[in-house]
Design a protein around this ligand. Structure first.
Ligand code: SAH
Length: 373
């Protein structure tokens, strides 16, 4: 059970942080302050559904939207969470069945990230701070009540490694799925991880609880073997692909669902035919859909984006290998809103809360130089 203690972020004004609490937690904490339960529940619904506060014992953390950049129908926005730090989120239109457009919100779980993946913009910042559950939920609140977007899906694919801040991420998911609050279907929520196996095992326990078994898990595999993966993703030096596979095979995957395996296709690094075959062999026992993501060049990128023909060739070969494949679009590339492009270079390394958890990434023996701000 999660605690029902009042959750406060930043300001210590004694007010309940409604965006960081489930309805049950909010009602009980309000009751402890003398507010009748029915009245508190009504306020909870009003705060989430209508986007306004109708009481004075709680606060909606309505962070100011520092920037809002639009490319086509994709909108990237940042929220000012104080101390010169900001969250980054992206609202992405998805063309679904019968051409119906739904909106996916990509949220950040941290400011910056400690994982140090060589291809990712956010990694260049290092870890600046973890976000609280309320700060994660406030990204949904801002998209819904400021941008007036109707959000169907939520993916934890913005800044940060969700497994490095799992308590707050899971609390955010309890809130986002609360029927009295946002009411997002759990089946429409995806956590994406670099593949921290301890985190995967904790999520495995979480999804065994009633109401959460439909939540989706995405894993950034990004390489066909340990040699390439360790060069691209320092996490692989701590937990290799054999350990990752074991954690995935132990996961209580429902019979009707599958993992999403992400594969960022980087020219000259992991896009050869042999890489495709080797990857598909590794994936064979894992029920998954392979999501091929054409590399979006980060700032000062050592690699270009892949050519269209090479993306096609890789996808066709994976299909011929019997793998179910999806291709991820590159929406928002021009405003640095596409996968792996989030992160404000101006706040890089302004404050690092932990030493870099990882060694310097390198490709084919050549270290990737981290650019100083
Ligand atoms: N830390 C989590 C979630 C954030 S990244 C994770 O690693 O999964 C979300 C996805 O974007 C991951 O699959 C990651 O591999 C991918 N990604 C990172 N940088 C990218 C880039 N420059 N181009 C394309 N995809 C990228």
């Amino acid at each position: 059970m999660s605690s029902i203690a009042p959750r406060r972020t930043g300001e210590d004004d004694g007010l309940l942080d409604i965006l960081g609490m489930t309805s049950t937690e909010f009602v009980e904490a309000s009751h402890a302050l003398g507010v009748p339960r029915g009245r508190a529940m009504q306020s909870y619904r009003t705060a989430f559904r209508e986007g306004r506060a109708d009481g004075n014992w709680f606060r909606i953390d309505d962070h100011s939207m520092n920037r809002r950049e639009v490319e086509g129908e994709t909108t990237k926005f940042t929220l000012d969470i104080g101390e010169d730090h900001e969250t980054e989120s992206v609202v992405i239109p998805m063309r679904g069945r019968r051409q119906v457009t739904t909106r996916t919100l990509c949220v950040s779980s941290q400011v910056g990230c400690a994982m140090g993946c060589g291809f990712c913009e956010t990694a260049q910042m290092g870890l600046i701070r973890n976000l609280s559950a309320g700060q994660i939920v406030s990204q949904w609140w801002a998209a819904t009540h400021r941008l007036e977007a109707t959000i169907k899906n939520i993916v934890f694919m913005g800044m940060g490694e969700p497994m490095d801040n799992l308590d707050e991420v899971l609390q955010a998911i309890r809130i986002l799925t609360d029927h009295n609050g946002p009411g997002v279907a759990c089946a429409n929520i995806t956590i994406s991880t670099v593949g921290r196996v301890d985190g995967i095992r904790r999520v495995a326990d979480f999804v065994k609880q009633p109401g959460f078994h439909r939540m989706n898990l995405a894993i950034s595999v990004n390489a066909p073997n340990d040699r390439i993966r360790s060069e691209l993703m320092p996490i692989n030096r701590a937990a290799d692909m054999a350990m990752l596979k074991e954690a995935l095979l132990d996961y209580p995957l429902r019979s009707s669902s599958a993992f999403c395996v992400e594969y960022v296709l980087i020219p000259g690094v992991n896009d050869a035919d042999e890489h495709c075959d080797e990857l598909c062999r590794w994936l064979e026992p894992i029920r998954c859909s392979l999501n091929v993501i054409p590399y979006n060049p980060r700032r000062d990128s050592p690699w270009p984006a892949p050519e269209e023909d090479d993306v096609e060739r890789f996808i066709v070969r994976a299909i011929e290998n019997g793998q179910f494949v999806k291709r991820r679009g590159t929406k928002g590339r021009d405003v640095m809103a596409a996968c792996g492009q989030l992160g404000n270079p101006a706040i890089r390394r302004r404050r690092r809360v932990e030493p870099p958890a990882v060694v310097q990434p390198e490709i084919n023996g050549t270290p990737i130089r981290r650019e100083e701000p």
